[in-house]
Design a binder for this molecule. Sequence first.
Ligand code: NAG
Ligand code: NAG
Ligand code: NAG
Ligand code: NAG
Ligand code: NAG
Ligand code: NAG
Ligand code: NAG
Ligand code: NAG
Ligand code: NAG
Length: 388
Amino acid sequence: MFRLLYVLLLTLLVAFGQRCTLTPSGGDDGPQFLAAAASCDTVVIPVGEEFNIATRMNMTGLTNTHINLEGTIRFQPDISYWTGNAFFFDFQDSITFWLLGGENIVLSGSGTLDGAGQAWYDAFASNSSLLRPIILTVYQAKNALVEDIHMVNSPMWFNLVYESNNVTYSNINITAVSTSKNTIANTDGWDIYRSDTVVIRDSTILNGDDCVSFKPNTTNVLVSNLSCNGSHGVSVGSLGQYAGIFDIVENITATDISMSNAENGARIKAWAGSDVGSGIVKNITFANFEVSNVDNPIVIDQCYETSSSQCSEFPSNTFIEDVWFNDVFGTSSGATVASLECSPDDRCSNINVNDLNLKAGKGTAKYECQNIVLSGNSVDLFPDCTET
Ligand SMILES: *[C@@H]1O[C@H](CO)[C@@H](O)[C@H](O)[C@H]1NC(C)=O
Ligand SMILES: *[C@@H]1O[C@H](CO)[C@@H](O)[C@H](O)[C@H]1NC(C)=O
Ligand SMILES: *[C@@H]1O[C@H](CO)[C@@H](O)[C@H](O)[C@H]1NC(C)=O
Ligand SMILES: *[C@@H]1O[C@H](CO)[C@@H](O)[C@H](O)[C@H]1NC(C)=O
Ligand SMILES: *[C@@H]1O[C@H](CO)[C@@H](O)[C@H](O)[C@H]1NC(C)=O
Ligand SMILES: *[C@@H]1O[C@H](CO)[C@@H](O)[C@H](O)[C@H]1NC(C)=O
Ligand SMILES: *[C@@H]1O[C@H](CO)[C@@H](O)[C@H](O)[C@H]1NC(C)=O
Ligand SMILES: *[C@@H]1O[C@H](CO)[C@@H](O)[C@H](O)[C@H]1NC(C)=O
Ligand SMILES: *[C@@H]1O[C@H](CO)[C@@H](O)[C@H](O)[C@H]1NC(C)=O
């Protein structure tokens, strides 16, 4: 009997867990948002309201927290504040407005995260070393879901997944547009670093750098049903840049991707040369990519940022194996449709090309390969690969 009451009481407590609805303060809403996330089960950012974030948000250590984003959160473009106070990562000298971490976190709703990037795009044009913040960093999180939200005008990358496990993004609408002549540089959709089990699906991206990028130590990722426009493609790497550090990217599937007006479609890049790092890229599938006006639909560059003589002398120590480019179709922007260039000395193995159906935007379709033995039913499209 008591046990039953106890269970009932617990159920009621869970069912009526505290739900907190925020009201814009007129000033910096960062502190009230942080306080609510720390103490409420559900934090509601109500529809039609705009919240202003003027101080960094360390929203880590959450458990079972739902942020219901229906309104807008805007990060005040106070450049001198953020360059001095945003969270900093050694990794690529990145900074971020917001760390979101803990266990069992949901961030969902039809609302918007607005990076107010225009001021940053303009400032970056006259200071190319300006550090610009990432909007959202899912940081040391386990079981996180980000769903149905809009993200606009990030100053830098939109999303970083950092040291996290089991993170899903679904139905995210990313848009970066500059209203001045200055570009939306480095506005990657997602970067994943030291993380395992990540899903990115059913999303649209209009940006100016990688649509999705798999950085060092990214494993078990599914990217599916994205429409990427204006990007630099879906990209593994660059890897193996830093001497003494071993980078792993393994078990990645990117499928059902529509890639328009982009620099690249499906890409893998790894450093070569003296005094660089090492690593392994293994079991990567790019499948069902539709490209339109893409400069390089299919790319492996294992001599990344390295001259060809340096690459021959110091081949990449980031080995690439078990890669599939399947069902890549559509039209490039110029003549190049595929460029698969490995370092010498068997640094690439089991690289497969199947069902490629690519047309050149201009001239005759050009397939290039170097230091690879290709497999798959589209091998005949390639000439004998160059050996260096
Ligand atoms: C964020 O807050 C947690 C808990 O207070 C603290 O342990 C951690 O050091 C903070 N992280 C950063 C990057 O400031
Ligand atoms: C450019 O940005 C860097 C890094 O954020 C900063 O240290 C430097 O002071 C800025 N330079 C100018 C001229 O504003
Ligand atoms: C992964 O996270 C989702 C929430 O996005 C959760 O439903 C699922 O149970 C988690 N998986 C594991 C193995 O914990
Ligand atoms: C994404 O959002 C932009 C405005 O931010 C809107 O113009 C566009 O239609 C949206 N795309 C989708 C597929 O919902
Ligand atoms: C693909 O994603 C779009 C949102 O960008 C969604 O509307 C559509 O239903 C998704 N398709 C599938 C097959 O899930
Ligand atoms: C890509 O974005 C440009 C600029 O906003 C737009 O004109 C074009 O229709 C978009 N293309 C696709 C395929 O979404
Ligand atoms: C990646 O993981 C390996 C193996 O755990 C580790 O040795 C290496 O330092 C990690 N690299 C990075 C960049 O974290
Ligand atoms: C890759 O997937 C295989 C098969 O599921 C698994 O055995 C292996 O541990 C995975 N590799 C990593 C680094 O998680
Ligand atoms: C390759 O990676 C995929 C996930 O992207 C996984 O399902 C599959 O089991 C992996 N295969 C091997 C042989 O590890």
